[in-house]
Write a protein that binds this ligand. Structure first.
Ligand code: NAD
Length: 531
């Protein structure tokens, strides 16, 4: 294990993605996919409290979205009583874990990163089957999970020094951060390893005990987080794992009086409801509960009249249709300035038509299925019910699986669901703008403010990119693929409460700051009082 002190924040480097062109890399991953293909059938994923599996009355099945006849995993389903048990354990272990110095906690995070590295292809292969991720997307999620561990491990040892206090003559001031209290982590399925790992690792780095409820759709991947921390030597009970239904296990976690902080990533509707319930239940708690909620987006990319379309078209296509449009950062609105409107749509359609839709276990697949039957049905009905003009609809869909065709629609009214609501699928609404002012006005006409993009060759236009209302703004590149340590991630307005993931601010939000002030103007040393 590397000493924490040798891993400074300054020296942090993101984990390199798999270089598929190098000899043996494709073959090795293909082998892991084959192994997973044979093995992933009804994998047992238990509720785990205090290091021990806990039997639950009910269970939840997760499916391969590209072949729903396969049950990938059967997880436990935590009841309210099971959540109470997990929180009681967390409350006890919290005191012990928060007393471990930051460097000691960092060691555990680094060891968990090593555990993920050692098992990298096997874990990524689970994502292929349980989340429907194409190979590179699965590998990317794994790298990001490692990045969060490396980043927060380094950041926690630097946190106290970031709280600067003056000590004038006669007064000694010292300050630092301590763990805030038991933290509930409630996560989505779309980055089933990286996002919960980001939330869990930040909370653990800050000295909190965690109760982690993953999304119903991806428990097997989430369980790898527990295994990595177990391999890293995290004391039992610091991280409990409570897969379960949102409205049962999630709701009880939010309302439990001994939960101090709720880290949530998911939809706006659920995030706002959690915020409300956490505030209301603070009346019966020692804490004013803090909610960190990262939510959805209705992200726009503006293509300026002078944009390089060779650059813009593939990047927009990737941002809109990559992982079947199921990224919070995905582009779902395209705003084209000026006369090349039709040309942009035609080129985008031609590009999208090169995509191969298929089972992600096939390395050639570029777009996989959507996550579940509900999403499948809902997205198809949005396409069928649109009053806009369908300019492109991908035609080569596999016969089985929850596949939705990449689709481009224009001619929509401003209140049309495709322009206004996050759909979370491969559906792109295109709008024409007369000039850049108009384009920015259209882009900002939403309460979401997560990501935004601008393609332009004009320095004046590029200088205005900050006028786009979003937490993460990208110029001359797509809106997806934020890297820990390079693009701290998170939205504004109704896309999120902040702080951004991958910053010291997140560690601060999971902590409470303390200050000790000593009056050093003593009246002399009283030796006779020293025993
Ligand atoms: P979701 O809101 O349906 O579920 C997220 C989690 O909340 C799940 O674990 C679910 O079980 C739980 N939950 C549901 N109801 C609950 C309740 N009443 N109380 C407590 N917990 C409850 O979201 P999803 O479908 O899993 O994920 C997709 C959404 O996540 C999209 O809106 C996407 O934009 C968003 N997302 C945002 C970010 C970001 O960083 N801003 C990242 C990824 C995903």
């Amino acid at each position: 294990m590397t000493a924490a002190s040798s891993r400074s924040l300054e020296a942090y480097e993101p984990e390199a993605m798999r270089a598929w062109h190098l000899p043996g890399v494709v073959e090795r991953f293909a082998h892991e996919v084959e192994v997973a293909d044979a093995a992933l059938r009804g994998l047992n994923v238990p509720v785990t409290i205090d290091g021990r599996p806990v039997a639950t009355e009910d269970g939840i099945d997760s499916f391969d979205p590209a072949d729903p006849t396969r049950i990938v995993a059967r997880s436990g389903s935590a009841s309210a009583a099971v959540i109470d048990e997990a929180v009681a354990v967390a409350n006890r272990t919290h005191r012990l874990w928060s007393a471990v110095p930051p460097a000691g906690r960092a060691e555990v995070l680094f060891a968990a990163a090593d555990a993920l590295r050692a098992d990298r292809d096997r874990i990524a292969a689970i994502e292929v089957f349980e989340a429907g991720k194409p190979w590179s997307e699965a590998d990317g999620d794994l790298c990001e999970a490692i990045d969060f561990l490396e980043f927060y491990g380094r950041a926690i040892v630097e946190l106290d020094a970031s709280l600067v206090v003056q000590s004038p003559l006669g007064e000694a001031n010292s300050a630092g951060y301590r763990a805030r209290g038991v933290t509930a982590v409630i996560s989505p399925w779309n980055f089933p390893l990286a996002i919960p790992m980001g939330m869990v690792s930040a909370a653990i780095a800050a000295g909190n005990a965690v109760v982690f409820k993953p999304a119903e759709q991806t428990p097997a991947i989430a369980y790898e987080i527990v295994k990595a921390f177990e391999a890293a030597g995290l004391p039992e009970g610091v991280l409990s794992f409570t897969p379960g239904r949102g409205e049962v296990a999630g709701a009880r976690l939010v309302e439990h009086p001994d939960v101090a902080t709720i880290e949530f990533t998911g939809s706006r509707a659920v995030g706002l409801a959690i915020n409300q319930r956490a505030a209301a239940s603070s009346h019966s708690s020692r804490y004013v509960k803090r909610v960190i909620a990262e939510m959805g987006g209705k992200n726009a990319i503006v293509v300026d009249s002078d944009a390089d379309l060779d650059e813009a078209v593939p990047e927009v296509a990737k941002a809109a249709f990559g992982f079947a449009g199921q990224k919070c950062s995905a582009c779902s609105r395209l705003i084209v300035v000026g006369r090349r409107y039709d040309e942009v749509i035609e080129r985008l359609a031609a590009h999208a038509d090169t995509f191969i839709l298929g089972h992600p276990k096939d390395g050639a697949t570029s777009v996989g299925p959507v996550i579940d039957a509900d999403a499948h049905e809902r997205l198809l009905s949005v396409i069928d019910g649109t009053r806009g003009t369908v300019r492109y609809r991908h035609q080569r869909l596999p016969e089985t699986g929850w596949f939705v065709p990449p689709t481009i629609v224009d001619g929509l009214e401003s209140e049309a669901p495709l322009r206004r609501d996050e759909q979370f699928g491969p559906l792109l609404a295109v709008v024409h703008a007369n000039d850049l002012d108009h384009a920015f006005e259209l882009a900002n006409a939403t309460d979401y403010a997560l990501t935004a993009g601008l393609f332009s060759r004009s320095p004046d236009a590029i200088a205005r990119a900050g006028e786009l209302q979003a937490g993460n703004i990208y110029v001359n590149r797509g809106t997806t693929g934020a890297v820990v340590g390079r693009q701290p991630f998170g939205g504004m307005l109704q896309s999120g409460t902040g702080p951004k993931a991958g910053t010291l601010d997140t560690l601060r939000a999971l902590s409470s700051a303390w200050v000790v002030t000593e009056n050093t103007m003593r009246q002399g040393f009283a030796a006779d009082l020293v025993t």
